[in-house]
Design a protein around this ligand. Structure first.
Ligand SMILES: [Zn+2]
Length: 113
């Protein structure tokens, strides 16, 4: 009986991960204060994994409650930093799925801080 060949311990090419299903990978793309940088891709959060989602009314309904809370937290964390975004910018960044104009973003920022 021949022995099975020994397992190669040399370097192997990195496996190519299968193309992820967006909803399943979103939970990796999370962030928390005070920096609000995505843990998966290191970008300002919400990162492209979130902002590239096709927005419709059911997505808005699903995201709104938690993202309002996150926006409030992010305003507390980020405002007042020397190069940090202004509260209305934080609102449009975190609530990208809502069609807010500048005035509405400002009004929302005032209500959330
Ligand atoms: Zn990300």
């Amino acid at each position: 009986m021949p022995h099975p060949p020994p397992r190669s311990t040399g370097p192997r090419p990195a496996p190519t991960p299968p193309r992820p299903v967006p909803w399943l990978t979103l939970e990796d793309h999370c962030a928390a204060g005070p920096d609000w940088v995505c843990e998966a891709c290191g970008e300002a959060w919400p990162c492209l994994a979130w902002t590239s989602l096709p927005v419709d009314s059911s997505l808005r309904r699903a995201l709104l409650p938690s993202f309002v809370g996150l926006t409030r937290q992010a305003i507390r964390d980020l405002r007042g930093r020397p190069e940090g975004p202004e509260p209305p910018e934080i609102v449009t960044r975190f609530l990208w799925f809502l069609p807010l104009n500048d005035d509405e973003a400002r009004a929302t920022a005032l209500r959330l801080r």
